[in-house]
Design a protein around this ligand. Structure first.
Ligand SMILES: Nc1ncnc2c1ncn2[C@@H]1O[C@H](COP(=O)(O)OP(=O)(O)OP(=O)(O)O)[C@@H](O)[C@H]1O
Ligand SMILES: [Mg+2]
Length: 602
């Protein structure tokens, strides 16, 4: 009995159940993916059987050719058997080719179709999932799902399954042909399969372990690479290059060593199999030679038997690898189905309440919220914001201002209490109504690759060029946009690399301007602007905010001058609430803050 009162038996029961659940989940996903292709899968099955059958015919035809057709030709000048064998060879070549090529086309359609659907499904689903998922599931993991896991599946579908089926069929048909042709020659093969089985078992287990280690190292390599490159500024600022080089070098070395091990296993297994095949071939040849001498066996049959024996070991390699590829595909499918199983925590209601003419009044009633259970960020917050009011939300770092903003934008739902827009709970609004009414601009100001126009029209997809320019002028972004190499057509590159953070903020302002929401939330949205730019934005803001509800979060108190009301937060609670004039005149936190701020300006 362990301390927690859960015995190790119970725990292993639990693990077993959990494993079974994971396996069932993966299988269910796979079946749902395969379902639309069922007739193509059946057709592939028929084609691969026919194709393999024709490819096994060769040595048998050779035996007939040597033992029957040749004597008929030399003794009786009878060409017919020879021509029939030749015809059979050509026909098996043609039919085999047609079967196999049709099979490849059909099965590729299936595997690529499955992957296509899965890729889209994973993307759509990950994008649909709520912020809470994306904050806990790192982007590295999401990248791995879309890349290496899907690649593993692709390998499995493209070659793993095919090799298993054609390999098994090939061995079975070859064995049947050999038994039909000359049963005694099968005996050494059967005996040899005992050591071959154990040899393949050893290889399968050892390579599984080696592959797993290699995959772990490869994943570590990718993680370190991505982290270094996305954090390249910090790397350079803190001169971490040498340290990174050293640790990366170690990882590369581990990876190299792991790969060497994998390849050296093949270096033992492949020649080992060849050796077995050659020994058995030699035995069959030797025994056959005695029987030919006795007249108990014909030369053609011996030749065909030797050829069959040589071929029967060919698929063993692939079969030993199949288990491996099945295992990795299984674990990839497990991880992918795990993502697909996640449900958006902030889900769209099935029957939304429509919001015809939003006015923008906000009501937060007894809202409590925690990111981590047991550590409430907002204990119980009440706040009423009438339509059209501009509220400055201030407070110390970590007070919960951004959290409050995210609840109003419904990136999260409160644990208890409600957030209402015009009296309707946000949870009852359609995404369309919600996103159309509430827009949040943050300090991050993310820009997508594409032109300035494309980035701005995100706010209003059908905006005309004039509207876009008017929005840019309103926030004072027009001038710097015109100074860019291609003006509004300039590609802002990945992560807006070519723009300064202040310029990016101006663009995301213009974007919000275009979107024209009823409720606008600015979270530190002017933090990167210089004083003149901020003034410019503020002048624009005054007109922008005139007919809508706005919540402005800012550390620079200059913003407060355009607000109707100031709300001061501390540890997730509202500690002061009033007009700027009242609060400044009072003796509370805000008046102290404001005095300090005025002095800092002087
Ligand atoms: N995604 C998250 N997961 C867990 N805790 C979080 C998360 N985001 C914020 N917190 C915690 O919630 C508290 C409030 O954070 P919040 O971002 O709302 O503060 P803030 O008032 O906006 O601060 P700042 O002025 O620095 O922006 C902090 O203690 C923070 O550590
Ligand atoms: Mg914040």
């Amino acid at each position: 009995m362990s301390v927690s009162g859960v015995s190790s038996e119970e725990r292993s029961d639990f693990t077993r159940l959990e494993n079974r659940r994971l396996r069932q989940r993966s299988i269910a996903l796979f079946l749902s993916l395969a379902k639309p292709f069922s007739w193509r899968i059946a057709l592939s099955g028929v084609l691969v059987v026919l194709g393999t059958l024709t490819s096994v015919a060769g040595p048998a035809l050779l035996a007939i050719g040597i033992d029957q057709a040749l004597p008929a030709l030399t003794n009786d000048r009878d060409w017919i058997p020879t021509l029939m064998v030749v015809g059979g060879y050509i026909a098996s070549g043609i039919f085999g080719g047609v079967f196999i090529s049709t099979y490849i086309r059909t099965s590729t359609r299936v595997s690529q179709g499955i992957l296509f659907n899965l890729r889209l499904r994973v993307f759509r689903h990950t994008q649909r999932l709520s912020m809470s998922f994306h904050e806990s599931y790192t982007s590295g993991k999401i990248i791995a799902r879309q890349t290496s896991d899907l690649d593993t599946l692709r390998e499995f579908l493209d070659s793993g399954v095919e090799k298993l089926i054609s390999g098994v069929l090939y061995m079975a048909f070859t064995a049947i042909a050999l038994i039909a042709l000359d049963p005694p020659s099968m005996l050494p093969v059967v005996i040899s399969f005992v050591p071959v089985f154990f040899f393949a078992w050893w290889f399968s287990t050892a390579s599984k372990k080696a592959f797993r280690i290699s995959r772990v190292y490869s994943a570590r390599l990718i993680v370190q690479f991505v982290e270094t490159m996305t954090g390249i500024r910090a790397v350079k600022a803190f001169r971490r290059e040498e340290h990174n080089e050293r640790t990366y070098g170690e990882q590369v070395d581990n990876y190299r060593y792991a790969n060497q091990k994998v390849i050296s296993l093949f270096g033992i297994f492949d020649p080992g199999l060849k050796l077995v095949a050659n020994i058995v071939m030699a035995i069959v040849l030797l025994l056959g030679a005695f029987r030919v001498l006795d007249g108990g066996m014909e030369v053609g049959v011996l030749l065909a038997a030797v050829l069959y024996v040589r071929r029967i070991y060919d698929p063993v390699n692939d079969l030993a690898m199949f288990y491996n590829s099945l295992q990795s595909a299984g674990s990839a499918l497990e991880k992918i189905s795990g993502v697909l199983e996640e449900e958006p925590t902030v889900a769209e209601p099935s029957t939304p309440t429509s919001l015809e003419h939003p006015r923008g009044s906000l009501d937060l009633t007894a809202v409590s919220f925690s990111y981590v259970a047991g550590r409430p960020v907002l204990p119980a917050l009440d706040l009423h914001i009438p339509a059209g009011q501009t509220v400055a939300l201030v407070g110390t770092t970590g007070a919960g201002k951004s959290t409050l903003a995210k609840l109003i934008a419904r990136f999260y739902d409160p644990d208890a209490g409600s957030v209402k827009l015009d009296g309707i709970d946000l949870r009852d609004l359609s995404n369309r109504d919600l996103r159309g009414s509430v827009v949040m601009v943050t300090q991050e100001a993310y820009l997508f690759s594409g032109s300035v126009i494309e980035n701005l029209s995100l706010g209003k997809p059908d905006a005309t060029l004039d509207e876009i320019e008017a929005a840019a002028r309103a926030v004072g972004a027009h001038e710097f946009i015109m100074s860019l190499p291609d003006g509004y057509e300039t590609d802002v590159n990945k992560r807006g690399g070519r723009l300064s953070s202040g310029q990016r903020q101006l663009l995301s302002f213009a974007r919000a301007f275009l979107a024209d929401p009823t409720v606008l939330i600015l979270d530190e949205a002017t933090a990167s602007l210089d004083i003149p730019s901020e003034r410019l934005v503020q002048r624009g803001l005054q007109t922008l905010l005139a007919d809508r509800t706005a919540i402005i979060i800012a550390h620079r108190l200059s913003t407060v001058s355009i607000a109707d009301r100031v709300v001061v937060m501390e540890h997730g609670r509202v500690i002061e609430d009033g007009t700027p004039a009242d609060l400044i005149a009072g003796t509370g936190t805000f008046s102290t803050l404001h005095k300090a701020w005025r002095e800092s300006l002087a």
